[in-house]
Design a protein around this ligand. Structure first.
Ligand code: HEC
Ligand code: HEC
Length: 334
């Protein structure tokens, strides 16, 4: 028996590989709707984050680039903040403030599905977007600044890092826990007054009474990033949509206390605190070219004109269910 196996070891390995592939395929589920691209599927196998410690294939210049890219995501302000060593082109936040653990955390807005799903068509711009364009969007909106040159070593490093993070994810797939979790909708509008109470009790100790955050002792980057005011993300950023803010916060805040499976806020509290924070003053972006097809605006995009007749206020705070029902009805008529 052992002799046979030993002499046929190549066959044994092939059989094992085929078996594993079959199991992985069986473990997949396809989640319909809600995703931007109908070609995208969600796998229910969790993403195994690549590790620099175990990845022996990543060598030489490419390895250096990936390491540099991870550092830029984690310490963006050091390179691109108001005191940045490469250029002063951002508000001083780090990518990692919103893409936790350098974009590796499950339900922490991670990058597992970026390399597998880009380039893709996005309704916000009404065109095909490369990874470069998507990264540039966060520089211009979340970091309220300008994007670095696509030929720069820094941009190449960010790209190499995002590619490496997604290297084991099949084209077109989004692992479970990628991006931001989607919360159930309330039957009422999210309430900034209730949200203020949540903020005072659960967020203010770190993010400050005026949402200003707190700089580190070095004065270069934030210990606690700002949530509103002149150094925060602008009104064209993903977090300015209440669904993104509430979903991100419920899975991740208060920092190091909440987890996706063990949140500290209820769903209502998450929506209400999102309403409070996103009612405070913040930088504005010229958004006239966003969503050239207005019927494609997300239900919680707070700026008209709209194809559905609902007000800006209802789009911003909800209740969202009537908006979503109307959107489906209009889509059927097309
Ligand atoms: C203030 C929070 C915030 C900061 C800071 C931030 N982002 Fe984002 N980013 C988001 C949100 C929210 C989304 C998802 C937006 C959506 O779904 O509409 C996102 C999406 C992305 C995506 C697409 C993810 C996907 O799966 O499609 C990439 C890539 C990205 N960001 C890169 C970056 C980089 C690089 C930086 C730093 C230069 C950065 N982000 C800084 C909030 C932020
Ligand atoms: C114990 C301190 C602490 C508490 C309490 C806390 N946060 Fe945070 N928060 C952080 C830190 C630190 C980060 C950045 C994480 C990183 O860079 O790794 C962050 C990031 C964020 C971000 C994304 C970055 C930004 O500035 O926009 C949001 C949004 C946020 N917190 C909202 C909240 C809300 C809402 C609450 C209350 C429910 C809260 N946080 C409570 C420490 C805290």
């Amino acid at each position: 028996m052992w002799n046979t196996i030993r002499s046929n070891w190549q066959l044994v390995i092939i059989a094992a590989v085929v078996g594993i592939v079959a199991l992985v395929e069986m473990a997949k589920v396809i989640r319909p709707s809600e995703k931007e691209s109908p070609l995208t599927t969600t796998t229910d196998s969790s993403w195994v984050t690549p590790s620099l410690f175990t990845d022996n294939e990543l060598q030489g210049a490419e390895r250096e680039l990936v390491i540099y890219g991870e550092d830029i995501i984690a310490n963006t302000a050091r390179y691109f903040g108001p005191h940045g060593s490469v250029a002063a082109i951002t508000n001083g936040m780090n990518c990692q403030n919103c893409h936790l653990n350098a974009g590796k955390k499950t339900w922490g807005n991670n990058y597992s599905a970026v390399y597998s799903t880009y380039p893709k068509f996005r309704d916000r711009s009404g065109g095909m977007e490369s990874i470069y364009k998507r990264v540039g969007d966060c520089f211009e909106r979340s970091l309220n600044g300008t994007a670095p040159d696509s030929n720069s070593r820094e941009y190449q490093a960010i790209y190499a890092y995002i590619k490496w993070l997604g290297k084991d994810v099949k084209k077109g797939e989004r692992p479970v826990g990628s991006g931001i979790s989607k919360l159930n909708y309330l039957d009422r509008a999210a309430d900034p007054v209730k949200g203020k109470a949540v903020y005072t009790a659960q967020c203010q100790s770190c993010h400050g009474a005026n949402g200003e955050g707190q700089l580190s002792l070095n004065g270069v980057s934030y210990e606690y990033p700002p949530l509103w005011g002149e150094h925060s993300y602008n009104d064209g950023a993903g977090l300015f949509r209440l669904s993104n803010f509430a979903g991100y916060v419920k899975s991740n805040m208060p920092f190091k206390q909440a987890t996706h499976d063990n949140p500290k806020l209820t769903t209502e509290e998450a929506w209400d605190v999102a309403a409070y924070v996103n009612s405070q003053p913040r930088p504005k972006k010229d958004l006239r070219n966003d969503w050239p097809d207005i019927s494609k605006k997300p239900f919680d995009h707070p700026f008209g004109p709209y194809a559905d007749g609902f007000s800006e206020s209802q789009h911003k705070y909800g209740p969202y269910k009537p908006i979503i029902a109307k959107k489906e009805e209009l889509a059927k008529k097309k």
